[in-house]
Structure formats: C-alpha cells, structure tokens
Design a protein around this ligand. Structure first.
Ligand SMILES: Cc1cc2nc3c(=O)[nH]c(=O)nc-3n(C[C@H](O)[C@H](O)[C@H](O)COP(=O)(O)O)c2cc1C
Length: 155
C-alpha cells in the first residue's frame, strides 16, 4: 500500500506526532512518504507555497494545526487546489493548543472532511491532539493507534 503523509507543521508539533506514526508503520515494514506543505511567509499572512499530488497515495494521512480558531490557512489553500481522479482512503490528524476541541479543532476537522470527501476521499479516522493538555502524550499515542488500525483495516 502506498502511504503518504501530507501535512503542515509550523512549530513542529504536528510533525512530531507524524514522526512517531511513521516509526510505528516502519516497524511493521511499511514505507511512508512525508510530504510537507510549504508556507511562503510565517511572519505575516500565510499562503501555500507548493501543491503536492494527493492522487499518488492509496492511503493518505492529512495533518494540520489549528490557527486562529480554525484550520490553518496553508491547509485550507491546499485543499482548494488538491484533487484526485480516483477514490482514496485517508485519516486526519489535527493538533491545537487549547484543551477543548471547540477552540478550532472540531471546525478544522469538519472543514477538512468536507473538502477531502468532495475530491473522492473516504475518511477512515479523525484524530485531535491538544498540545497544552496534561495527557498530550497519551492523546498522541491514541491518535497513532487509531490511524495504524485504520491502515490495518485496508488489508
Ligand atoms: C499563529 C498561531 C495561531 C494559533 N491559533 C490557535 C487557536 O486558535 N487555537 C488553538 O487551540 N491553538 C492555536 N495555536 C496553537 C497550535 O495550533 C498548536 O500549537 C499546534 O500544535 C501547532 O502545530 P505545529 O507545531 O505543527 O504548527 C496557534 C498557533 C499559532 C502559531
């Protein structure tokens, strides 16, 4: 199975969860391609700097932080231009600082699902990790397990 992670990570939190997920999958002998979304300017108004191809993966993990109480602008812009000509399976990972998902996590997940389902994606797992939570590591572990399980279900 061709597995890819398409992600944006500005301060490294989302990336660190993905790296743990990658390690878990590699221990099972799977290959994973990490595809970062680039941002042209993290000091001001952020815009997407590249447009990776989502269609090359059978299973794609799409991961993003919350910024300003919503899905970050870079991921929003990517999901507007991304497309696929065939159905694909995907899992979502969102990270946010605040403990409650309603500070932007839930709306980020909804927004991602709406756009990705519209391009032919089939959602297999939705996960949120709250970076400021006392149990952050446990949340990350649970998210990783949920995504690994979703990948196992494809076989
Ligand atoms: C510009 C900016 C805006 C943010 N806005 C929010 C927010 O509205 N709600 C929230 O819960 N966290 C917010 N955060 C925190 C990030 O969502 C959180 O630290 C996340 O894990 C960062 O992921 P990253 O390191 O992969 O970029 C914000 C962070 C930045 C840099």
């Amino acid at each position: 199975m061709n597995i890819g992670f398409i992600y944006y990570s500005e301060t490294g939190h989302t990336l660190s969860v993905l790296e743990q997920l990658k390690n878990a999958l590699e221990k099972e002998g799977r290959n994973v391609r990490m595809v970062p979304l680039l941002c042209d300017n993290t000091k001001g108004v952020r815009h997407l700097g590249n447009r990776p191809d989502i269609a090359e993966f059978d299973f794609v993990v799409i991961a993003s932080p919350v910024q300003a109480f919503q899905l970050c602008q870079v991921m929003k812009e990517y999901l507007k231009v991304a497309f696929s000509t065939h159905q694909f399976k995907y899992a979502l990972l969102v990270t946010q600082q605040l403990k409650n998902a309603f500070w932007g996590g839930n709306s980020a997940i909804r927004r991602m699902r709406k756009d990705i389902d519209a391009m032919g994606g089939l959602c297999m797992a939705e996960t949120i990790v709250h970076w400021g939570a006392y149990d952050r590591d446990a949340q990350a572990k649970e998210a990783i397990e949920a995504i690994v399980d979703a990948i196992h279900e494809q076989e």
